[in-house]
Design a protein around this ligand. Structure first.
Ligand SMILES: Cc1cc2nc3c(=O)[nH]c(=O)nc-3n(C[C@H](O)[C@H](O)[C@H](O)COP(=O)(O)OP(=O)(O)OC[C@H]3O[C@@H](n4cnc5c(N)ncnc54)[C@H](O)[C@@H]3O)c2cc1C
Length: 447
């Protein structure tokens, strides 16, 4: 069904609509009615005012790298592609902040900050391909989350077009400020369901002058998880603390012709940064010395980057093996070993292949269920879906969450309701109705 929005340049070519009907989750949505790629905020306001009047659904989209089917088309909707609002408006060195449009690629902002000795800390694995707007809308995490937290920790203010086309600014361009409710926090992670982010003021921090990196191999994944506890207790703080299991190492070996798995059944990648980076890494490697079977360290940037190589190749290596169902649970860190053991049991019982890697410093595990290669619209095998459900149930049983950073999207709505419980879910629905009374913003996604 085509849509006649009051804008020039509504794209309706078949391949544009098809591309907007899916994201990196592989979920096959419907072709939307049209795609718009505005360059001006005023055009977005006009579109939203019209959509509000006519009850037309609007799905915001950044780069479409999401893993929860949040930015995917629905029949009759306009997909609002924000990738052309891509200006870094200002890097304010003295205030250590940046003002940006939502379509800026995350790595481009970090590069612009770097030119002034500053850093934009959140660094999702998709840093080179995802947008700041998408990162804010999903409250994206990343590799440096162990020390620097998630996107929310770096957002000071937002410009938002509301469902009826009104442009508002929430938050402020100061480091501190508590007037009124925290609407920046509310819009961050709202997955395009409460408003369209059209501008952001983001916190920058001094770029660490030094980094030091270690890879530590372990006889089994449980011992690696126990090493995470030893690291947490050590008093030193890694910037990066990533975990990969043996099957993931083997998949990387297959793709890259490396020999990682020969060194152990599990890998921790640890990076420290700042003036005391080497001293801090020393404390951390000492804390895990009795648990690790093989430790390698590097202190110059190029060697550090090569130690991070395995982590960056984990997802491509698994995608080469088949169709991936990428999960995203978090559990209290002390329960990570138990979570990983029980995920292995689920894999055995359901007869599916599950690989585990993740941001161990945050207790955030990505169990990846890999099935045979198949077209995106082919049904996912029942055993894989059962395994995913059991993983979500396990996360909740262990006091964790069904999604730590990828978001709820269209994939996990039922489980989000279960995690939130009826009272909190009803409260969230009332918030949604307040912001979007006609239900036009990304219907069918998130809560
Ligand atoms: C290889 C790979 C690695 C990844 N690694 C990580 C990781 O380490 N950590 C992590 O958190 N995620 C990761 N992701 C997932 C994904 O990159 C993030 O969710 C990212 O934040 C999505 O950004 P995007 O621009 O692609 O947004 P999209 O996928 O286009 O959209 C995501 C959601 O945000 C909404 N949205 C987008 N822009 C706006 C806007 N301007 N206003 C309002 N709503 C908007 C959409 O409606 C949708 O609900 C990874 C993905 C891949 C493919």
């Amino acid at each position: 069904m085509s849509v006649h929005a009051p804008l020039a340049g509504v794209l309706t070519d078949a391949e544009v609509l098809r591309a907007a009907s899916t994201d990196r989750s592989g979920w096959a949505g419907s072709d939307p009615g049209g795609v718009v790629r505005p360059r001006e905020v005023a055009d977005i306001q006009t579109l939203l005012a019209w959509a509000h009047r006519t009850g037309t659904p609007v799905v915001a989209r950044g780069a479409g790298t999401g893993l929860a089917a949040g930015a995917v088309g629905v029949a009759g909707a306009i997909v609002l592609d924000l990738s052309r609002l891509d200006r870094i408006v200002e890097v304010d060195v003295d205030e250590q902040l940046a003002r940006v449009e939502p379509g800026v690629i995350t790595a481009d902002l970090d590069a612009a900050a770097s030119a002034h000795g500053l850093m934009y800390a959140p660094d999702p694995g998709s840093v080179g391909i995802s947008t700041i707007g998408g990162n804010i809308a999903t409250n994206a995490g990343g590799l440096r989350g162990a020390k620097y937290g998630v996107t929310r920790d770096h957002v000071l203010a937002l410009d938002v077009v509301l469902a009826d086309g009104t442009l508002v600014r929430v938050g402020r361009d100061t480091i501190k400020g508590v007037t009124g409710y925290d609407l920046v926090g509310l819009f961050t992670g709202s997955e395009g369901t409460l408003g369209i982010i059209v501008g952001a003021t983001l916190r920058l921090i001094p770029r660490p002058t030094r980094t030091a990196t270690a890879t530590a191999y372990f006889a089994d994944i449980g011992t690696a998880a126990r090493a995470v506890t030893a690291i947490t207790r050590s008093g030193a703080r890694p910037a990066v603390l990533e975990i990969l299991d043996g099957p993931t190492l083997a998949a990387i070996d297959d793709l890259e012709r490396t020999t990682l798995r020969e060194r152990g059944e599990a890998l921790l990648i640890i990076q420290t940064d700042g003036f005391g980076a080497e001293e801090e890494l020393d404390v951390l490697t000492t804390a895990i010395a009795s648990l690790a079977s093989h430790v390698q360290t590097a202190t110059d940037a190029a060697a550090s980057e090569s130690l991070l190589f395995a982590r960056r190749r984990a997802l491509p290596a698994l995608e080469a093996l088949g169709r991936t169902l990428i999960e995203d649970i978090a559990v209290p860190r002390r329960r990570m070993a138990e979570a990983i053991d029980r995920i292995a049991a689920i894999a055995r019982e359901e007869g599916v292949r599950i690989f585990v890697f993740g941001h161990a410093g945050d207790g955030n595990l990505h169990p990846i269920i890999v099935t045979e290669h198949a077209p995106a619209d082919a049904p996912v095998p029942a055993a894989a879906l059962r395994a995913a459900d059991r993983i979500f149930a396990l996360a909740l049983e262990l006091g964790g969450t069904i999604t730590a950073e990828h978001g709820v999207g269209r994939l996990k709505r039922g489980w989000a309701q279960r995690e939130l419980g009826p009272d909190v879910h009803a409260l969230q629905r009332r918030l949604k109705e307040l912001f979007d009374p006609r239900g036009i913003l990304n219907p069918g996604s998130s809560i």
